[in-house]
Write a protein that binds this ligand. Structure first.
Ligand SMILES: Nc1ncnc2c1ncn2[C@@H]1O[C@H](COP(=O)(O)OP(=O)(O)O)[C@@H](O)[C@H]1O
Ligand SMILES: [Mg+2]
Length: 320
């Protein structure tokens, strides 16, 4: 099976869907498959593929029903990191979201850290991708190594949403998120250290400990004396990102982890290029407004409009 087939195979098996449209989708795909799914060619292929990975079943997957597709999805997604001696186990699901699941992994002994977070993008993310959004974002297509991809074939495939096109999409998004996080980390931003990426998965430093992940800011109440310095810390990160020509694009108390009195910013797939995105200013203003709204609950007074302009106007002056 080629690696391109991998994403197509699992796109039939998005799980944890709720509500009518999800039910309808399931019904539709069941009709299409003419069976209960377990005997479909896709399922047979999953089981066949799984055999090649059965040599290693992480403990989280071992606890799942052998026919549960999450089991196969997790094994297939993280096996490359196990074989590269980066992780030795997947121990728990940290959080399951619309676009991705985050799992806690035990790091291989030689790595110098105990825990690693693995963010696995769901195949359904592909359906949400809009080619025009990619181009509007002013980014260029990059492959997994961050090298620029060129050519009519790539553009055509993206437009047609062929299997190759979908593969380019997911590679592009994941390579882009990983590359941006690496650049920010190396520049000293408060983001988890990125460790590796392959296929639909990014590995990074786990923020938290064996008892669980760090809470997000929206889950906690800050002490009166820590709100102001943490607010400044977040704003310093926003300024550093802008200096590097990036705007988070989805910054809020939901994407900032709180750990040992410090913050760590996460979740970068919405990141936009400040120089080329026509909505850059609005997105920066929205990010800063959400941060100000959160910290206002703990007595921090700030004017988001002024803060945005104080960053944006000098940046616009310098970027030419
Ligand atoms: N490096 C990490 N360390 C610990 N927990 C993490 C890490 N990255 C993400 N998480 C947890 O997973 C959740 C979802 O991650 P996030 O990157 O925000 O994905 P999304 O919001 O797209 O589902 C976070 O709210 C956090 O609880
Ligand atoms: Mg998030």
């Amino acid at each position: 099976m080629s690696k391109y087939d991998f994403h197509d195979l699992y796109s039939e098996y998005d799980y944890e869907e709720h509500g009518r449209s999800a039910r309808r989708r399931r019904l539709r795909s069941r009709k299409k498959r003419k069976g209960n799914g377990r005997s479909s060619p896709a399922m047979a292929a999953i089981q066949q593929m799984d055999d090649s990975h059965e040599s290693w079943v992480p403990s989280y997957a071992a606890a799942l029903d052998p026919l549960h597709h999450e089991r196969h999805w997790v094994i297939a997604s993280v096996a490359p990191f196990y074989h590269d001696a980066l992780i030795s186990d997947v121990t728990r699901l940290v959080k399951g979201g619309k676009e991705a699941n985050v799992y806690a992994c035990a790091a291989s002994p030689n790595l110098g850290v105990d825990l690693i977070a693995a963010k696995l993008y769901r195949p359904r993310m592909l359906r949400h991708l809009k080619n025009d959004a990619i181009y509007k974002a002013g980014r260029q297509l990059r492959d997994e190594e961050g090298k620029q991809m060129k050519g009519r074939r790539v553009k055509l495939a993206l437009r047609k949403k062929t299997t190759f096109g979908k593969h380019v999409d997911i590679m592009w998004w994941i390579g882009n998120e990983y590359g941006v996080q690496k650049k920010l980390y190396e520049a000293g931003a408060d983001v988890p250290k990125p460790i590796a990426h392959a296929g639909n998965t990014i590995l990074m430093e786990f923020i938290g400990d064996e008892r669980g992940p760090a809470p997000t800011l929206n889950e906690i109440n800050l002490e009166p004396d820590e709100a102001e310095p943490l607010f400044r810390r977040v704003m310093d990160n926003v300024a550093l990102m802008l200096e590097l020509h990036h705007i988070h694009g989805d910054l809020s108390a939901y994407n900032i982890l709180y750990w040992e009195g410090d913050i760590q910013i996460i979740d970068f797939p919405q990141m936009v290029e400040a120089r080329h995105n026509p909505n850059a200013y609005e997105l920066l203003l929205r990010d800063i407004t959400r941060v100000c709204d959160y910290f206002a609950r703990f007595g921090v007074t700030a004017d988001p409009q002024k803060l945005t302009d104080d960053l944006w106007l000098p940046y616009m002056g310098e970027k030419r």
